[in-house]
Design a protein around this ligand. Sequence first.
Ligand code: BES
Ligand code: MN
Ligand code: ZN
Length: 503
Amino acid sequence: MKILVKRGEITNYKSEAVIVPCFEDGKELQGKVALLDEKSSGLMREIIRGGDFDGKYLHVSVAYTRGITPAKRIVLAGVGKKADFTTEKLRGAFATAARYVRSLGIKEFSTSPDFIFLDKPPDEIAKAVVEGVCLGLYQYTSFKTIDRDKTRGMKEFAIIVETEKACNIVRSSAKEAEIISRAVCFARDMVSAPGNEMTPTDMAHEARKIAKRKNVKLTVLDESEMKKIGMNAFLGVARGSEEPAKFIILDYRGGNKSERPVVLVGKGLTFDSGGISIKPSEKMDEMKSDMAGGAAVMGAIMAAADLNLKVNAVGLIPATENLPGGRAYKPGDILKSLSGQTIEVLSTDAEGRLILADALTYAGTFRPVAIVDLATLTAACVIALGDHVTGMMGTDDRLKHKIRDAADATEEKVWELPLWEDYHELIKSDVADYKNHGGRPGGAITAAAFLSKFVGDYPWVHLDIAGPAWLTKDKPYIPKGASGVGVRLMVQFLRDWQKRTKS
Ligand code: BES
Ligand code: MN
Ligand code: ZN
């Protein structure tokens, strides 16, 4: 879909449908709705008085203009009460309205957000509108061969802006939002792809596409190279699968040469059966999404390069399957990690922390200013926080603060869980340095405590995205299934980082 920003008046713009956001509590019509009402001799008023539309959040109503305006239809999109208005609501409202427009079989639509009326700066409004539309229209259709006409694509979305000054602001902000949304959808596509089509090798292929961009370099370590350097925790997990494991390194250098990079680490389990400690078969199919952390890291690097961010950021993605093959690692096995520390395997289903352990140690070779890992690590985190929140644990308050700021800006919610000494006791092993399973109580935290042993002294934050990575119900701008969570969060974090290093 093409996104255009044009200068003009919405009352003069020809379009199949124009989306107009509208508040709930407006007895008095305001902004564009008032303007269109005037133009259409009270059509908006009639719809609202007749009870067809009340402006409630996510409520949508359509009116045919019959030539009163050049736009054929006006689609009213409820954004709720003015006092409760946030850009998040705008994302949701535009996503819902855009899907409604698509259901009408229209390929082209427009809007003209009213900046004064919405009481937010034009760049924020434009960003939310474009993100809402692009993310809300997402569908995963790669494997649909019948009824393809039901999965319609849209051709064009135009944003009409009155002044030249606002036009320039909106244009650059819409472009940014488009880049970020594309990266989110790229991550969603990877996560939606089934395990047989998104193997570690396929992930490395996707990484190659990202590395076509300026300032991005790709290195992929294969199993023999990993063996040479001693990534035995990672290789232990990979043993049960015939699919060769890959260690993907995407190195983006948009900042000063001398600047130490931020390293993002993403869990890349292209399928997690649990291994010998096999999972119940119900919902096991959803474990194709166990590489959502890796996909998010790849999406973030892709967007950073496309936005030309002035930062250095390295993405590390250990990618493998976790299967119970004949040579699979077993409960009771002891693995010697890249750090030299030894790990007793109590459950082969606690595999994420094993592959991350080696990746986090490897991150140290970049002498990073900060390390952030994203992983669908524990079911315990979903039990603790629900499926709409990312669990955050880490060793560095400043870094946690920055992640929280990025979470506030993007509405990709994070909540901190403690990482006190008490939890570290639970992962001590009788026969090795650590065990990979600390029992059920505090399961998200003992997993993080385990990871912390492999990070070294670098500022580090761990994000457990097990809940929000895969949705079982639609959200306003996230269709059920792969959410692409973490991409917007990390891009925002890197953008803020860029500002910090500039000043
Ligand atoms: N990938 C899973 C965690 C997961 C479960 C993510 C459900 C999303 C939805 C992870 O590898 C796992 O199996 N974790 C175990 C750890 C346990 C054995 C210590 C878990 O959470 O049950
Ligand atoms: Mn597992
Ligand atoms: Zn897993």
